[in-house]
Design a protein around this ligand. Structure first.
Ligand code: COA
Length: 257
């Protein structure tokens, strides 16, 4: 099993840690495959009651691997979004156990999208969240347009997605994106306590409560449009420019093509 996603299980709480700190835990293909494998194991394990998602080091998850995106054409993008972008985050959302995204550091792009697919989001004051995709010539194609609107409302989703701006933990909590902010020195204990509180409740009741809430939010049409629209953007001149500009550490010059 790849070490890009670590799994620790103790007292009915599983902690998944994305482990690629040199790249700020940006998720490459190896990481995504590892995450899916770990999710399958967790879902099948009745001894696990709650799942916590974290990032190694002082970054949470800086999004998808922009270097790989630079090589994608539309066909690659559609396959990626179906199986791993949206597909993987849908698996997170559909996990039968409650999930908590424990955000310390950067949750950008796919890092925020995977957190929005979790049931709860908690953060340290140092957390920064955002969906910067339009600055890369694409859109949040991992469920972000739908789930951010569900979690925080369409107005907040349009503000964050159209501007691409990052917000700190305090603002994220005010906007309803983050449920709770814990002080850094109490973060691990507070996350654990929250997970334990949830895990002490009846597993079947939790599972069906989660499914009831999620079914009420189901909007397959929105997710499908988002996925196809994002795939369409790959291979445009602006998408190539956006990825190249990031890798060359300069501002992009977009042309609307
Ligand atoms: N994809 C690929 N590589 C990434 C990455 C991503 N999403 N995020 C960070 N990295 C890489 C950087 O290219 C850099 O690689 P290098 O050491 O080979 O130059 C390394 O991780 C460290 O990143 P750096 O930008 O130097 O760190 P920082 O602490 O100054 O800034 C971020 C951290 C998260 C603010 C910044 O890396 C960033 O904006 N990342 C992109 C976030 C994003 O747009 N995500 C959405 C993708 S759709």
């Amino acid at each position: 099993m790849s070490e890009k996603v670590l799994l620790d299980v103790s007292d009915r709480i599983a902690t998944l840690t994305v482990n690629n700190p040199d790249k700020r835990n940006a998720m490459d293909q190896e990481t995504r495959t590892a995450l899916r494998d770990r999710l399958d194991d967790i879902d099948a394990n009745d001894d696990i009651g709650v799942v916590v998602l974290r990032g190694k080091g002082d970054s949470y998850i800086a999004g998808g691997d922009i270097e790989a995106f630079a090589e994608f054409d539309r066909v690659d993008a559609l396959e990626y979004l179906t199986n791993y972008g949206q597909g993987l985050y849908n698996d997170v959302a559909d996990l039968t156990k409650p999930t908590i995204a424990a955000i310390d550091g950067y949750a950008f792009g796919g890092g925020l999208e995977v957190s929005l697919a979790c049931d709860l989001r908690v953060a340290t004051p140092d957390a920064t969240v955002g969906l910067p995709e339009v600055g890369l010539g694409i859109l949040p194609g991992g469920g972000g347009t739908q789930r951010l609107a569900h979690v925080a409302g369409a107005g907040v989703a349009k503000d964050l997605i159209f501007t691409g701006r990052a917000v700190d933990a305090e603002e994220a909590a005010t906007l309803g994106i983050v449920n709770r902010v814990y002080e850094p020195d109490e973060f691990d204990d507070s996350v654990r306590e929250l997970a334990e509180t949830i895990a002490a409740n009846a597993p079947l009741a939790l599972r069906l409560a989660k499914e009831s809430i999620n079914r009420g939010l189901d909007d397959e049409g929105g997710l499908d449009f988002e996925r196809i629209a994002c795939a369409f953007l790959f291979g445009t001149a602006d998408q190539q420019e956006g990825a190249e500009a990031f890798l060359e550490k300069r501002d992009p010059a977009f042309e609307g093509r």
